[in-house]
Design a protein around this ligand. Structure first.
Ligand code: MN
Length: 242
């Protein structure tokens, strides 16, 4: 075979799959793959931004593996449950007691972590409690120190995995804790309310740095609490209730 003929044969071989492809319907007329219902947002800061309180490797695994896993599993559960399609996460959580456990665990996991990332900020940048939030904390707990003690105790006393919460119940602030990925929005939550502060007390949140010492994680965590976001959540929750 001469060189030009060889080139022509090669060109023909390359052209054939393309020709076959060109005969398939244009992508625009094919039914689009259904979009995933929920997505993982990027962290609002760098993985190392919370050091030395929370180390970069913990943040990388916590956001990229754990939270991503909840999102993936929630999307799979929603696909398998037609009645949930198109519903907001808040609406799903409100009726979670009637839904499969995968929806509860992964829906809660997605909601809680989305809240948690925003409720943290690099040390020294999270601001201070607003006058309104601080006054309400003093009214319901006696002092800021007493509130912090109650919040840390809620986290420390949660057996196994779960969350510590400060919630607005409609007429007061309350500290509560939930197991697993449960939260105060769930239809069967023992203390219902709008989250103002949330802390993840699963071992995956602190184990690389603190190992079994959850107390050290809880007492150090105030340095990365984003009071600006807590103020915003409190303001939105109390305005809604009026
Ligand atoms: Mn977590």
């Amino acid at each position: 075979m001469s060189s030009p003929a060889r080139l022509a044969a090669a060109a023909l071989a390359l052209a054939l799959p393309g020709a076959a492809f060109a005969q398939t319907p244009p992508a625009a007329s094919a039914p689009a793959a259904p979009a995933e219902a929920f997505a993982l947002a990027p962290l609002p800061y760098a993985y190392e931004a919370l050091e030395p309180v929370i180390d970069a490797q913990t943040m990388r695994i916590h956001h990229g593996k754990h939270h991503q896993g909840y999102v993936n599993n929630l999307n799979a559960a929603v696909k398998a449950t037609p009645a949930l399609q198109g519903k907001s996460l808040e609406a799903i959580l409100a009726e979670v007691q009637n839904l499969p456990p995968a929806v509860r665990n992964n829906g809660g996991g997605h909601y809680n972590h989305t809240l948690f990332w925003k409720l943290m900020a690099p040390p020294g940048t999270g601001g201070q409690p607003s006058a309104a939030l601080e006054a309400q904390i003093r009214k319901d707990f006696g002092s800021m120190d007493a509130f912090k003690e109650a919040f840390q105790a809620a986290g420390a006393q949660r057996f196994g995995s779960g969350w510590a919460w400060l919630v607005w119940t409609g007429d007061r602030l309350a500290v509560t804790s939930t197991p697993n990925q449960d939260n105060p929005l769930m239809g069967d939550a023992p203390v219902k309310g709008a989250p103002v502060i949330a802390n993840d007390v699963w071992e995956h949140a602190y184990y690389l740095k603190h190992q079994n010492n959850r107390g050290a994680y809880l007492s150090g965590w105030w340095a990365v609490l984003n009071w600006n976001e807590a103020n915003r959540l409190f303001d939105a929750a109390t305005r809604k209730g009026k």
